[in-house]
Design a protein around this ligand. Structure first.
Ligand SMILES: [Zn+2]
Length: 450
């Protein structure tokens, strides 16, 4: 909690009104209350009202909560930023779990994430890549100057902001890899967050990743420092990449990089930690420890989570008395987790990993849901009319896009449940099991047995 409460407030106090973020006086679990009349933490801290209040959207009990039984008081349903986000990440580090960070390209994918988070009684990180953001806007839209990628990510952000509260889960809203040539995309999103902050007292996005790992380390650090300064002013966290994640994702091909670049050195991680800490403590590091994007048959690259442990020890030693009690000064992010051994994932959690990215595995689960749906109802999906029950029978209820998309969502929620379990990220909120949904439109309007 050292970093979370004290340093963060001090940094913020110097740059914006001190009342904008106030650290909670205690992070002990608070008594759970469902009294929606209670003053919301966000009200106390000067942050904006809930989205549901602002838009006057009906809100059920979980949406109306102001905090959770098991989490610091600042953590609330909906999108987190600033102190509330830092408190949640510190809670993850202290308690040895990591939050799944899932790449989404559609509202359907986002809803599957929110559903999975509530089912697992846990927080979630929803993230958009640059390509995913453009896709969210529609592939026919012109993307000169990354205009479609900017608009798409903002559109996705508002979708998440509107629905996260309804699901009753805390969400960190993040963007994934941003290489040097993509910086105008992040510039556009930061401008949007700054405008949002003026109106609401919080940024639109919680955090952004800037990946300058292909540039010399000095340039990487300098540019990250500039961005961190701009971001920390409005409570946005920076994820920076050091070393290279191998493999291929979203059009970035790192399958041929030298082997040594796939492993970060403790000295380099310290260099980053020391320089970025001068600006703000609101950063995480995606260090390379042999991680690879995508799923490949076993090859030469070996995962070495001990690299993270060595870095924590090295930096703690350098910090001396300034080192935090847990001797884990750095919050690490795990890229390329798909296909990793559970034992390696668990080791990484113990070494200060608080976020693991998930993309390849949920790409597969979404597709597999559609594949299985098609296999199951194949004979009902070949024409608008006519199936094994008769030549005049209509097939509308089978080819309604809601059916195959829902099958994809259900399969993805199941896959995510395994991710939450692997990352020890279950039962974190303390809400218990979710009661069955009260679907007023009922199964009569759509809803085949999937
Ligand atoms: Zn990555």
């Amino acid at each position: 909690m050292k970093i979370a409460a004290s340093i963060f407030s001090a940094f913020i106090a110097g740059t914006i009104t001190a009342s904008a973020f106030v650290a909670p006086s205690s992070n002990a679990p608070v008594a759970f209350t469902r009294n929606s009349q209670e003053v919301a933490m966000r009200g106390k801290t000067g942050l904006s009202e809930k989205m549901s209040d602002e838009l006057d959207i009906p809100c059920d009990e979980e949406c109306a909560m102001t905090c959770y039984p098991n989490l610091p008081e600042s953590v609330h349903p909906g999108v987190l930023s600033g102190q509330a986000m830092v408190d949640l990440l510190e809670h993850a580090k202290e308690n040895g779990y990591a939050i799944p960070a899932v790449n989404c390209v559609s509202s359907s994918g986002i809803n599957a994430c929110l559903e999975a988070a509530r089912k697992n009684d846990a927080p979630i990180i929803i993230q958009f890549s640059s390509g995913g953001s453009q896709f969210y806007a529609g592939k026919d839209l012109d993307n000169s100057n990354y205009s479609a990628a900017i608009a798409g990510a903002i559109s996705g952000a508002f979708h998440v902001r509107t629905l996260a509260e309804q699901y009753g889960v805390p969400v960190i809203l993040h963007t994934d890899h941003c290489a040097k040539k993509l910086l105008p995309w992040i510039d556009g999103l930061l401008s949007a967050s700054e405008r949002y902050y003026e109106k609401h007292g919080e940024p639109l996005f919680s955090s952004h990743m800037i990946d300058l790992s292909e540039e010399p380390i000095e340039e990487n650090i300098e540019i990250c420092k500039d961005y961190l300064e701009r971001m920390a002013k409005i409570g946005i966290l920076l994820e920076m990449e050091l070393g290279i994640t191998g493999g291929e994702e979203d059009g970035v091909d790192n399958t041929d990089v030298p082997l040594e670049d796939l492993y970060s050195k403790p000295e380099e991680i310290y260099q980053v930690y020391e320089e970025l800490s001068k600006v703000s403590p609101m950063f995480t590091v995606a260090a390379a420890f042999g991680n690879v994007h995508g799923v490949y048959s076993p090859g030469n690259v070996k995962l070495e989570p001990e690299i993270l442990n060595k870095a924590q020890d090295y930096i703690s030693e350098k910090l001396g008395d300034e080192a935090p009690e847990d001797k884990k000064p750095v919050m690490f992010v795990f890229h390329g987790g798909s296909g990793s051994d559970l034992s390696d994932i668990r080791k990484a959690l113990g070494y200060g990993v608080i976020k693991m990215n998930i993309d390849t595995d949920t790409q597969w689960s979404y597709w597999e849901g559609i594949k299985n749906f098609e296999s199951k109802f194949h004979d009902y999906l070949q024409a608008q009319i006519g199936n094994p029950d008769g030549p005049d029978k209509p097939n509308k209820k089978y080819y309604d896009p809601r059916e195959c998309m829902r099958a994809a969502e259900v399969n993805t929620v199941a896959r995510l449940e395994q991710c939450f379990a692997d990352l020890k990220c279950q039962g974190i909120l303390g809400l218990g099991e979710k009661k069955a949904a009260d679907n007023v439109f009922g199964p009569a309007l759509g809803g085949l047995p999937i």
